[in-house]
Design a protein around this ligand. Structure first.
Ligand code: ATP
Ligand code: MG
Length: 437
């Protein structure tokens, strides 16, 4: 037997509805904020991620799936979405579009070679959004609001929005110097990775998961105290916009994000839910004004976020919602070879009328056929044999009331629709707009 690759998983039929529901909410909320979907390939030249994510990041150092293709090119399975989106807008010159900023969202699988555990996989899924072309602090707030609104639409509670600013390039340089100075005498107290990060990009030391409670890091200087006037103004405006929207947030002076490209605003939303376990960060994001230029595009400011969908599904386990058992409307049992063709046509006509139908494909005895209808949670069982065919009638059993009636074939569709949900009027039982659904 060949098994799945470590850190991957199958989405089995019993779980796929949850994914589809989540994807519906992604689409609906994105529409409300007027963000349009972009789909990029799942692999790209490795150089894109080396430059776009950053040579010194954990992702590029330790987590990418790189391989040489048969033409000898180095390619990488995408570990995140932003670099590909930016590559695409440069390549397709979308930055020249009249409607600015560009408001794009994406969703799909990402690949990182990490230690698999609950909420952390090697193939996982992200929903991300990018607003490209505006440096307005209002759009930083809009992006945070978009992420928070998405969580509200999912009814995920106990969330905490954490926000911070790294400032512009000048503020970051100044801060990096101060941080290096501070860390120099203490760095031996931190983990091996931190020692490497200290040399390459000291900001990333603050993002360490091993040493996050170490006093050396807790007491380290904070980026917010080294902002230039302009950066401070930008941050104050973001805060003012969040206040105006009425979002609850917390300024977390220690928050830095793992990727190299962030400038100004960075944010995360955590959820304090038992079902999430240790991986409580649902979304991370911020402003990345230097990325488009560093990938050879024009100097273009941008801001975005990325959610992990697996963690959202774990968070949704803590949300109380009515459990709708899967059902089908009709299950057809055709008795005898001569009536099969007729029965298949009937089933097809019902489907064209919007009813979910299945068919008995097994040569079981009658008891077995009824058992199958029960397993599928069929509201109606249709029984059609030679005698019924002669009379142009069909037996219809409503499994919920137990009532069985003989119905003329030409009335079958109307009979089912009228009896589907007596208390729903004429809805077919999953309209989500009548009082009962
Ligand atoms: P973490 O600190 O948890 O490793 P990260 O900083 O690497 O997260 P990002 O690169 O910002 O995360 O990705 C955004 C979101 O994608 C995360 O907040 C998380 O929800 C999700 N995510 C990241 N890596 C994984 C993974 N290996 N498996 C599942 N979800 C992931
Ligand atoms: Mg990570």
């Amino acid at each position: 037997m060949i098994n799945k690759i470590k850190g991957t998983y199958d989405i089995l039929p019993e779980d796929s509805a949850k994914w589809q529901d989540l994807e519906d909410v992604i689409r609906n909320v994105s529409k409300l904020f007027n963000f349009k979907e972009i789909r990029t390939p799942i692999f790209e030249y490795s150089e894109l991620f080396h430059r776009g994510v950053g040579e010194t990041t954990d992702i590029v150092k330790k987590e990418t799936y790189d391989f040489e293709d048969r033409g000898g090119r180095s390619v990488t399975l995408r570990p995140e979405g932003t670099a590909s989106v930016v590559r695409s807008i440069i390549e397709n010159k979308l930055y020249a579009d009249a409607t600015q900023p560009l408001k794009l969202y994406y969703q799909g699988p990402m690949f990182r070679y990490e230690r698999p555990q609950k909420g952390r996989y090697r193939q996982f899924h992200q929903f991300g959004a990018e607003a490209i072309g505006s440096n307005s602090p209002l759009i930083d707030a809009e992006i945070i609001n978009y992420a928070a609104t998405f969580l509200q639409a999912l009814r995920i509670k106990n969330i905490k929005i954490k926000i911070n600013s790294l400032g512009d390039a000048e503020s970051k340089e100044l801060y990096k110097e101060k941080l290096r100075e501070y860390l120099r005498p203490n760095i031996h107290q931190l983990c091996g990775d931190c020692n490497r990060r200290y040399e390459e990009n000291p900001l990333r030391v603050l993002d360490c998961k091993v040493d996050k409670d170490n006093p050396v890091l807790i007491e380290a200087p904070k980026p917010l105290d080294f902002l230039t006037e302009e950066s401070k103004y930008h941050f104050d405006q973001v805060i003012a916009a969040l206040d105006a929207i009425g979002l609850d947030y917390e300024i977390d002076k220690s928050l830095v994000r793992g990727l190299d490209y962030y400038t100004h605003t960075v944010f995360e939303i955590d959820a304090d839910l038992e079902s999430l376990g240790a991986q409580s960060t649902l979304v991370g994001g911020g402003r990345y004004n230097k990325l488009v230029e560093s990938l050879d595009g024009p100097d273009t400011p941008a801001v975005g976020f990325a959610f992990g969908l697996e963690r959202l599904l774990l968070a949704l386990e803590s949300v109380d919602k009515p459990q709708n058992a899967p059902f089908i409307h009709c299950f057809m049992i055709a008795l005898g070879d001569d009536v099969q063709a007729d029965a298949l046509t009937m089933v097809n006509d019902l489907r064209h009328g919007g009813l979910i139908c299945d068919y008995d494909f097994f040569n079981k005895n009658l008891k077995g056929k009824f058992k199958q209808a029960e397993r599928l949670n069929a509201f109606f069982i249709l029984i059609y044999g030679e005698e019924e065919a002669k009379e142009k009638m069909i037996n219809v059993k409503d499994t919920r009331s137990g009532i069985q009636e003989r119905v003329p074939l030409r009335n079958l569709y109307n009979y089912i629709v009228n009896n589907l949900n007596p208390s729903h009027g004429s809805c077919s039982g999953n309209c989500s707009s009548c009082d009962e659904c």
